[in-house]
Each structure stands twice: as C-alpha cells, then as structure tokens.
Design a binder for this molecule. Structure first.
Ligand code: MLT
Length: 389
C-alpha cells in the first residue's frame, strides 16, 4: 500500500494525540482531569433537544437535505446576523449550512488554495487552517501573535512577496487558543488589507458568543464592504453546547460561499434535516439569549477560579474577555510539551501544549474551562501542588 505524499506532511491531529495519552493514563489507573479539548460539559438546552426529538419523528427529515442547507436554517442564520450584529444577509447567496464549522473551514481551503499559493495563518492558530493549506499543496505563512501585539497580527509587517502569493488569510476572534479579542477597528484594517491584496479574509467566529464582563464580540461583516472580501464561519457548538451535533454555517462573500458549495456538493450531502430544524430553534428562540447569558456567567466564574490560582502561583497570565480558554506561559525551564507531560505525570491533569498550535505557541500552554467547577477546582489544586512559576 502506498499512501499519498501529502499525508506525510500532516502531523497527528492534536486532540487525537491528547486523547491517546489520556487513555494510556486512565489505563494505568490515573484519575485524569482533562483541561484539553474545548468541548462544553453542560448539556444542550432542553428547548433545542425537544425540537430535535420532535423533528426526528417526522419522516420528511429522513431524506437528503438541500445541499446548501434548508431554506429555514439559512433564513435563521440571516435573522441572527441582523438581530445580533445589524448585518443583513441574503440567505440564498450569502449563507451556507455546514456539518460543523471545522468541516467548512477545511473545505474552503480546497476552494481557494492551489499548489504554489500561500495562506496567511495566525501563529498560534487552530490547526485546521494550516493543515488543509498543506494538504491542498499550499504554503503556510505565519502571522505571529503574542501578548505584545495583544494577539492581533501586524499586517503592515507581512512581506510584499507573501501578500502577492496569499489567496486567503485566516483570523479567529475571540481567539483560539490565545483568548485574544479584536475590535471593529482591527477588523476594518484586515478588510482593507484583504481588499488591497485581493485576498479572501476568512474569519472563524466560533467563540463570538463566549465573552465576559459585558463584552460583546463583533462580526467582521459589520465592517462596511466586508462581504465583498470576507467570509465568516460560525458554529452552534460553543454557544449552545452542541459539539456532537455538528452544525455550523458560513456567511459573507457570495463568491466564497459559491466556491465552498462546489467543494461541498461533491463531498458531503449536508447535515440531517432534523438537526438543522433544531438549529433554527437555537438561532431564533427568544430563550436562547437568556441561555447564552447563563453560559457566559458559568465560564466567567470558572475563568476567575482558574486565573486566581494561576496568579497565586506566580503565573503572569492575562484576563481573557472571550473564548473559554486560558493561554498562559509555562514555568521557566519547561518547554510546552515538557510541561504538558510533567503535569500529566505528576498531577494527572491534561493541558494542551502551546507548541501544538504553531511555533509561536512554544513556551505556552492552554487550559479549557469546559468541565464542572469541582473538577476544575481539583485540577488547579493538583497543579498548585506540582508547579511554580
Ligand atoms: C479546541 O479545543 O481547540 C476545539 O474544541 C477544537 C474544535 O473546535 O474542533
């Protein structure tokens, strides 16, 4: 058997690796607490589950759904954008349903990156952007993020040659993994940059609803003219605890939505219609805003708990305003991977090594707040007993 050469370029998927280490530790009898993957521990709201169970009994949902997503789902996404961001979208041409935003981000790359092209990718960044660029034969050009630039890339520093070769630029705010946030002024600069260099701006907004201290994260489409050069990816996973349901959407540039549709119609056959109908419930039921406020309060409480311990231990960590992650420097003398191994071996706690998100992630680790308060407290007690900054 001869595997394609492109597979050799791909490192094992980060969370599959972490899961392997977790299973090995569990098999050794360790009571492992995972602060690894961002997978909400709380259940999907009852009104959404209730709608799914009702719709699953309707046989008309059992057939292939429309390729772009049901008209109702696309209208619900457009309604959400108009109510939440004041952005009006044409559900026919500017919205497409996805089997989770990860699927859409991966497929979009195939629609925009040819061998020899380049993608501007934030470093650290969610691995899917860069991996699919490599699979498509493109080159990844990192946009460094650091606390010194508030985790916003310095677009003026992108070399001329990179601007010319790049066909796409990936951004994500609130950011995974750094928890950095972007305001509309930054988005306006990014849109201008994309327009000037004929680059598609791809904004991953999976964490747009996970914000704290009264902060409301913007959509890139709020920038005047953004829809001509930008496409934004959204997910129902994080706001509504629906990671296993696999439902997301892309909105914005007609050309980008159409191109993504070409890859998708030749690849998948859409998400189960009953799930899309439950997604309509999530996006349009007035109870959703109340649910989101409660979800924010839960993560804010957990953020404060985690931050309190880290600061007490002398870890110079920043107060995040969004995402359910904490991004913190490892103690002196450790590498990211060494630190992750150390806390797994000494404390039975899984943290994600920052280096897994790119070279600029070296020296950091990420903690996800998606587990019950008692377990989170216990994880930090165990950390406190074996690490010091
Ligand atoms: C993460 O932990 O980075 C995310 O949960 C991964 C994902 O959304 O696919």
């Amino acid at each position: 058997m001869r595997r394609a050469g492109r597979i050799a370029k791909v490192p094992p998927y980060l969370f599959a690796e972490i899961d392997r280490k977790r299973r090995e530790a569990v098999a050794r009898g360790v009571d492992v607490i995972s602060l690894g993957i961002g997978d909400p521990d709380l259940p999907t709201p009852e009104f959404i589950v209730e709608r799914l169970t009702r719709e699953a009994r309707d046989p008309s949902t059992h057939r292939y759904p429309p390729y772009q997503g049901t008209a109702d789902f696309r209208r619900a996404v457009a309604l959400y954008y108009s109510q939440r961001f004041g952005v009006s979208l044409d559900p026919e041409t500017e919205v497409i349903a996805l089997i989770g935003s990860k699927e859409g981000l991966a497929h979009l790359t195939w629609a925009f990156v040819d061998p020899g092209d380049a993608a501007l990718v934030t470093d650290p960044g969610y691995p899917v952007y860069g991996i699919h660029t490599l699979l498509a034969g493109g080159q990844v050009i990192p946009l460094p993020l650091s606390p010194d630039n508030d985790f916003l890339p310095d677009l003026d520093a992108v070399p001329e040659e990179a601007r010319e070769r790049a066909t796409v630029m990936f951004l994500c705010y609130p950011n995974n993994p750094t928890a950095g946030t972007a305001d509309l002024e930054f988005f306006a600069r990014a849109v201008e940059f994309a327009r000037r260099h004929d680059i598609l701006l791809v904004h991953d907004s999976a964490y747009v609803e996970v914000t704290f201290d009264g902060y409301e994260a913007p959509s890139v489409l709020q920038v005047e003219g953004a829809r001509e050069v930008a496409v934004e990816f959204g997910s129902l996973s994080k706001p509504f605890n629906m990671t296993g349901w696999r439902l997301g959407y892309a909105v914005g540039s007609r050309q980008a939505i159409e191109a993504l549709g070409i890859v998708k119609t030749n690849t998948d056959s859409g998400q189960f219609e009953a799930i899309q109908r439950a997604g309509v419930e999530a996006l349009t039921n007035p109870l959703s805003r109340e649910f989101i406020s409660g979800m924010r309060a839960v993560y804010q409480r957990r953020r404060d708990l985690a931050l309190g311990t880290l600061l007490k231990l002398g870890c110079p960590v920043r107060l995040p305003r969004g995402s359910f992650y904490i991004w913190a420097p490892v103690p002196t003398g450790h590498t990211s991977a060494g630190f992750a191994t150390h806390v797994l071996e000494r404390a039975g706690v899984i943290v994600t090594p920052g280096s897994a998100y790119g070279d600029r992630g070296e020296g950091y680790f990420r903690v996800s707040l998606t587990l019950p308060d008692e377990r989170l407290e216990e994880a930090f007690q165990r950390l406190a007993a074996c690490v010091n900054w």
